[in-house]
Design a protein around this ligand. Sequence first.
Ligand code: MF3
Ligand code: CO
Ligand code: CO
Length: 270
Amino acid sequence: MDEKSRGRRTKDNIRLYDPADFAGMHMAGRVAAEILDEVAPLVFPGQTTGEIDRVITELVEQKGSTSATIGYKGYQHASCISVNHVVCHGIPGDKVLKDGDILNIDVTVIVDGWFGDTSRMYVAGKLSRKAERLIQVTHDALFKGIEAVRPGNTFGDIGHAIQSFVEGHRMSVVRDFCGHGLGRVFHAPPNVLHYGQPGAGPVLEEGMFFTIEPMVNLGRPETKILADDWTAVTRDKSLSAQFEHSVGVTADGAEIFTLSPAGLFHPTYA
Ligand code: MF3
Ligand code: CO
Ligand code: CO
């Protein structure tokens, strides 16, 4: 059996990693988070998303890591950059950022065979009040989800914590994309839904590694995929935001592998 498929598993086919494996995820998560820290100064009006991705590609290599997204299902870039009403999987390119644009940059790297997957929001120029509200609610929704991570809780508890918080602010949770198990592989069971019922879904156990990555829309939750087969946008053209952390379940809570070493996870740090 190869390294990718070995290990203990639950009845839901969720892999349980060993205590020593947390160190590997911590290293991979830190590299991904450092890259997101280091591109923050590149986000300004007039910049292209392609240039940001070019620098990310360089940083991935400089840090001795590998991009998990280049070559993944034919995807050709080291990042996804999703601007304004793009929900996720925006393809970097010639698009020029303009004042007030909000964007998610999502990076996944492989370090020593471990996957670190994280994304956060950035602003080009001046943040509007409504975008600021959306970003704050989305950020806080991720942490509501992380607070629900502990052995004995369920994945439904995580989804419910996120959904009830977001809908309490009269915003909507995207249903068409979800978080995922990861570790020695990029995408593994379970699907981590950002909505749900308390007590529903698989029970969390120590040693599970997965992402939580809620996408929140100011308008309706429905999405559609553009003709490039990747870019997901809100159907109603409303603004969308997303934050993503990779986490591991510990004996009494969660370890976040992708914390920002520079404290730049939230975009209104300036
Ligand atoms: N990093 C994304 C996630 O959070 C996946 C991107 S796959 C890509 O799962 F091919 F679009 F890059
Ligand atoms: Co992910
Ligand atoms: Co990601």
